[in-house]
Ligand binder design. Structure first.
Ligand SMILES: NC(=O)c1ccc[n+]([C@@H]2O[C@H](COP(=O)([O-])OP(=O)(O)OC[C@H]3O[C@@H](n4cnc5c(N)ncnc54)[C@H](O)[C@@H]3O)[C@@H](O)[C@H]2O)c1
Length: 261
């Protein structure tokens, strides 16, 4: 095992499942102590057990990324548990697929509070801990291809991820002087419930949107959650020591949204 993150402490929001879990599992395999920060205790406990079963270090902490007190408490707990925070992955996210004329204000608030507020709060409290330790750190925001190539019926989701991209650049500027790097990953079509749920809603024929998306991918397949783990490891490790404020598309080379663009 190469153990590129030995001695590092990583907080992964929404780390109990799918992309967050793939990233957390990879970080633990590389020697990091991982704090899985997610909403439900049961999901967190199962993910913690799964990582520990492989010999990794992981602890689950309940955290609602849209609630400042909850984020502050979760990040305090991470420092209490492991002594510092070196890496934050702002992964927790949610979506809504709705035509702008039907969009509810509740959905707008939920998506913006989680996708934008969650990134801001994770960055705020992660960066505070990193400044306190004086050792710098790496913050990784999980954006989306939709922050670059918006799909129809995604005004709020795409807008939230576009905001994440700019917040990444802006906070990289704020935090660079403290040795804290901030980068974003924009996953393309990762083959899981979130993606299928969204794409089924934006197309009238089941599977049409996924088919169109697939045809637009240069590498010819949908992504897997594991496809995000390697790029996240790159940003977390010293291999990217001179990289900050960037957005890395991890999308198999998506060129458009195909027939439904
Ligand atoms: N699946 C895709 O194709 C895809 C593509 C691009 C970007 N993304 C992004 O990747 C990230 C992970 O998504 P996923 O595909 O693993 O889907 P997912 O729905 O399985 O994961 C989202 C995670 O965020 C957590 N979460 C949601 N609201 C939260 C809150 N208020 N507080 C704490 N945790 C909360 C969920 O519990 C879950 O663990 C999201 O930011 C998503 O927007 C996904």
């Amino acid at each position: 095992m190469s153990a590129r993150l030995t001695g590092k402490v990583a907080v992964v929001t929404g780390g109990a499942r799918q992309i967050g879990f793939a990233v957390a599992t990879r970080f633990a395999a590389e020697g990091a102590s991982v704090v899985l920060a997610q909403r439900t205790e049961s999901e967190g406990a199962a993910a913690q057990a799964a990582i520990r079963a492989t010999g990794g270090k992981a602890t689950s902490v309940v955290c609602d990324v849209a609630d400042e007190e909850s984020v502050a408490a979760a990040f305090d707990r991470a420092v209490e548990l492991y002594g510092a925070i070196d890496i934050v992955v702002n992964n927790a996210g949610t979506g809504v697929a709705e035509h702008i004329t039907d969009l509810s204000w509740e959905d707008y608030r939920r998506v913006i509070d989680i996708n934008v507020g969650g990134v801001l709060l994770g960055t705020k409290y992660g960066a505070r801990a990193m400044r306190a330790s004086g050792a710098g750190g790496s913050i990784i925001n999980i954006s989306s291809i939709q922050g670059v190539l918006p799909l129809r019926q995604s005004a709020v989701y795409a807008g939230s991820k576009g905001a994440v991209n700019l917040i990444t650049q802006q906070t990289a500027a704020d935090l660079g002087p403290f040795g804290i790097r901030v980068n974003a990953i924009a996953p393309g079509y990762i083959d899981n419930e979130m993606m299928h749920g969204f794409h089924d809603l934006v197309s009238e024929t089941p599977g049409e949107a996924i088919g169109a998306a697939k045809r637009s991918i240069v590498l010819g397949r949908l992504g897997r959650t594991d496809d995000i783990a390697g790029p996240a490891l790159f940003f977390a490790s010293d291999d990217s020591a001179y990289v900050t404020g960037t957005l890395l598309l991890v999308d198999g080379g998506s060129q458009s949204h195909g027939a439904i663009a």
